[in-house]
Design a protein. Structure first.
Length: 425
């Protein structure tokens, strides 16, 4: 995913909801690139590094962000288990040597002319990799933005709000705490549950859990899409006494009245729950500019890049590939998925360049490190078959484990910064 700087407190100005008029800069000279990558998040950086290792020259990455963030750490920030300062590094320190960094914002793609237009120029490409990340649609739920500007509501999906989540958890000693998850694909789909468990465990440690009604709102019929992990999570919520509303989602917030409207899509009913604190997650989709391009899945409101789920090649433009959160492949949108997708994209892009059959296939692998307490984690690994796909065959990762906590807190960030972004794993 990309790491755009607009993850700020979600008011209308910061989220460009009002669509202010942009001040145009003088258009830059047109440039030609062998491989042009849109997005310098985990997908763009790791793919660029792998292309470098393969000897590809004239690679460029388009991304305006000055900082790069390891966003999975934000859940632990919100749960009081990690400092925010550990989650970011300067983007300049991560761009692979020899790769040109174009610090501009992509605005459109013309696949016939083989050009990408930015806010400051037009860039030609021989082959294109699209990985701009995912858009947080805060405005899609009425009242959400207003609620986030109150003292009772937060979201770990914003860099600036994750510390507020921890403040709310510490301040809550009684009442009702609501944790929501939207329908549709989102990045790190386990995050809405993780923070509920981190909060409940903290409240138990503080001796106040019995005084708090903890409500978890899930759009799915089960706790997780893979039965083995779903069964374990049922035990987790039962242990904490969490009230789970399945097949349900937050559809409206009354910030002044501190009421959350929960709609049960299966029963076609609604319920208003008064909250004392709430953690919300916005609906998500491809960036608006990408939705408007010919690359998007036709007639799709989410606008993801229309790719073959195994080869990750565009279904209509063979010199275009996509990976990461903005691709249409039906895998869970996680960093672990990107780690498996990047080598597939590189192998197939190199083969396509020589008009050869595409040799690599992505099997849908993803993993979701689900923190089930402040000291334990369930590592859910699976693929397109929606069956467990463990990386540690001698360890039963279908159960919550303390050793997996150390993997989440220390092992995965180390691997991300030192190996994945360098194209080594």
């Amino acid at each position: 995913m990309t790491n755009p700087d607009p993850l700020r407190p979600p008011d209308a100005a910061a989220l460009n909801i009002a669509n202010p008029v942009n001040v145009r800069k003088p258009m830059a000279q047109q440039h030609q690139h062998n491989v042009l990558i849109i997005g310098a998040g985990s997908a763009g950086i790791s793919t660029a590094a792998r292309l470098n290792h393969a000897g590809v020259d004239n690679i460029a990455i388009i991304d305006p962000a000055s900082m790069h963030y390891y966003q999975p750490l934000w859940t632990l920030v919100g749960g009081g288990r990690a400092p925010m300062g550990k989650s970011g590094r300067p983007q300049s320190s991560l761009i692979p040597d020899g790769v040109r960094w174009i610090r501009e914002s992509a605005q459109s793609i013309d696949p016939d002319a083989q050009t990408v237009t930015t806010d400051n120029g037009v860039h030609q490409y021989r082959q294109l990799i699209v990985c701009p990340g995912i858009q947080l649609d805060w405005d899609k739920i009425p009242g959400m933005i207003e609620a986030l500007n109150t003292s009772e509501v937060s979201s770990n999906y914003s860099r600036d709000l994750a510390p507020k989540t921890w403040d709310l958890i510490q301040q809550t000693r009684s009442g009702t705490a609501v944790f929501t998850m939207p329908a549709g694909p989102i990045k790190c789909a386990g995050a809405p549950q993780k923070i509920a468990y981190l909060a409940a465990d903290y409240w138990r440690e503080q001796g106040v859990l019995d005084d708090i009604r903890v409500v978890l709102v899930l759009p799915t019929p089960g706790m997780f899409g893979v039965k083995e992990f779903s069964d374990e999570l049922e035990k987790v919520v039962a242990d904490y006494g969490i009230e789970v509303h399945k097949n349900s989602e937050l559809t409206q917030v009354d910030a002044d009245g501190r009421r959350a409207r929960i709609t049960n899509n299966a029963a076609e009913t609604t319920e208003d729950i008064e909250y004392d604190m709430m953690h919300v997650v916005p609906p998500q989709s491809a960036p608006d500019w990408l939705k408007a391009t010919p690359l998007a899945v036709p007639d799709s409101p989410t606008g993801y890049v229309d790719i073959d789920k195994n080869t990750l090649q565009h279904t209509r433009y063979p010199n275009i590939f996509a990976l990461g959160d903005a691709g249409s492949s039906p895998n869970s949108k996680t960093g672990a998925a990107i780690r498996k997708q990047a080598p597939v994209v590189v192998s197939n892009l190199l083969a396509a360049r020589q008009s050869k059959a595409l040799p690599a296939s992505y099997d849908g692998y993803a993993s979701c490190p689900l923190t089930t307490s402040r000291h334990s984690m369930l590592l859910a690994e699976f693929d397109y078959s929606m069956r467990p796909h463990p990386s540690f065959p001698v360890i039963d990762t279908t159960k919550s484990r303390r050793d997996m906590w150390y993997l989440k807190r220390y092992g995965l960030p180390f691997m991300y910064w030192n190996l994945m972004l360098r194209g080594r794993v």
